[in-house]
Design a binder for this molecule. Structure first.
Ligand SMILES: Cc1ncc(COP(=O)(O)O)c(C=O)c1O
Length: 454
């Protein structure tokens, strides 16, 4: 199967929205009315591993990495990709990332540990996040990461102290909060001044001045991450423009900035308005990379300046449409005029619908199911436990299997043991083969760390 784009299209309107779209097929199809992911039948997966089950298409995941790589052709030294692994971090997926020579954007010691296990080069790791602990900082210094993306003056001082104690130098960039509205859901917008992330523009020069005076610190970069699920490039243009203006002021202080970290955030098509047979319209990662390169290195404002390396940290746009949550309908019921499909996956398996009313397309395993209206809910004891609410849904029968699409990013990873529900298994598909990449949790594992003391 080929998942590469077929047509490019520029969308621009007078409100300054701008993006470059491509056409793309998801790795799902029907054969004789039964659903396949790549060339594996969903019924076979259910038979082999049970439900709920996360399934990832390896070929699709890799095709997304390749699209980004295509954007840096000829600029391999100047453009670096660090997979935003908070989107989905199973070791097998990280191995695919490492095989493409990507690094990772991490936000915890646990993520660094995963990178080491998966063979991601520490020299390509950026450590982001507002609350790095002392032990995490020490661990990252020992590992020899590429960059600390610093989010507060206190964090900067802590890094300086620990690096000095260790007799080493910490490479740092400051994450600037550019106060740009990316027009996405408030919970996933991160570059507004009311968000906890980054350093406000008005404090930026101060912190760079301090960084230059501290021992154990080497200033390398400046960066931003303005939010997630961004379908419009213009907020990046705005953020890049503001950051570059600031970078020029920083350099006027005699501090050199060699690298700009533009974060992640590129969005995906959640299939809300598509016939499954139709290709999706989705922002083109290669065009996005080229466009950012242009805005940062070739735009007029910057023409007289040196070339800067750019780091991208895409997560959702790599993993999102590679993943599927497979579930089985346990019961149907009707309360007054509302119809409920109760399935065996719940908010503890896929939190996004409950957390931010996210839309996930529900695809029936059996293509012959007609449409109806209702709620797809899970067994968790919360009214907020739904996977699809008040929507057109396939008319699923008890025992039917359905697939929630676009669940590869912020899906399994946000799972929990709420209601003492074991986390689901994960499986990786390639062509007509599949392999288990995470076993289903057991009840014993859920209580493993609890201590009964007399
Ligand atoms: C600093 C940083 N980089 C990268 C990402 C990945 O973003 P996305 O999955 O939208 O590409 C995030 C997500 O929150 C982030 O906070």
């Amino acid at each position: 199967m080929l998942f590469y784009p077929t047509i490019g299209k520029i969308r621009r309107n007078c409100n300054r929205t701008f993006s470059i779209l491509m056409k793309e097929h998801l790795p799902v199809s029907y054969s004789k009315d039964h659903l396949f992911i790549e060339d594996v039948s969903v019924a076979d997966l259910v038979q082999a591993y049970g439900t709920p089950l996360y399934a990832y298409s390896a070929s699709y995941f890799e095709s997304r990495l390749d699209l980004y790589n295509r954007g840096r052709e000829g600029l391999e030294e100047q453009i670096q990709f660090c997979y935003g692994m908070k989107a989905s971090s199973n070791l097998e997926l990280l191995r695919l990332v490492a095989a493409r020579n990507w690094g990772a954007d991490i936000v915890s010691g646990g993520e660094l540990f995963r990178c080491q296990k998966a063979g991601i080069d520490p020299g390509k790791i950026v450590f982001s996040g507002v609350g790095k602990t002392e032990s995490e900082i020490a661990y990252a210094l020992e590992a020899g990461i590429h960059l600390f993306s610093v989010e507060s003056p206190s964090e900067l001082r802590t890094i300086s102290r620990i690096a000095t104690q260790k007799g080493t130098i910490a490479p740092v960039g400051i994450r600037i909060n550019p106060d740009v509205d990316p027009g996405t859901h408030p919970y996933i917008s991160t570059g507004l001044k009311e968000n906890k992330f980054g350093i406000g523009h008005s404090h930026a020069l101060e912190i760079y001045r301090e960084a230059a005076s501290l021992p154990g610190i080497r200033i390398k970069a400046a960066g931003f991450h303005i939010g997630s699920q961004l379908l419009d490039f213009s907020s990046y243009e705005e953020a890049a423009g503001r950051l570059l203006a600031l970078v020029h002021e920083i350099e006027d202080l005699g501090i050199s900035i060699d690298e700009i970290d533009v974060g992640g955030g590129l969005g995906i098509d959640y299939l809300q308005n598509h016939d499954l047979n139709e290709p999706l319209d989705t922002p083109d990662p290669a065009a996005f990379v080229r466009q950012m390169w242009h805005w940062i290195n070739e735009s007029d404002a910057n023409r007289s300046r040196k070339l800067r390396r750019i780091t991208f940290e895409p997560g959702r746009s790599v993993a999102g449409n590679a993943g599927f949550l497979i579930t089985r309908v346990l019961y149907r019921k009707r309360n007054e005029d509302r119809q409920f499909f109760i399935c065996d996956a719940a908010m503890n398996d896929l939190l996004r619908p409950s957390l931010y009313q996210a839309y996930h397309r529900v695809i029936p395993e059996n293509a012959s199911r007609s449409d109806t209206f209702g709620d797809l809910v899970g067994p968790v004891c919360e009214s907020g436990d739904f996977l699809a609410k008040g929507r057109n849904l396939p008319d699923l029968q008890e025992g039917d299997v359905a697939v929630l699409a676009s669940a590869g990013a912020y899906g399994f990873i946000m799972g929990s043991n709420y209601n003492s529900r074991p986390r689901s298994a994960e499986v990786l598909i390639r062509g007509n083969s599949h392999k288990l990449i995470r076993k289903r949790e057991t009840y014993e594992q859920i209580i493993e760390n609890e201590l009964i003391r007399d």
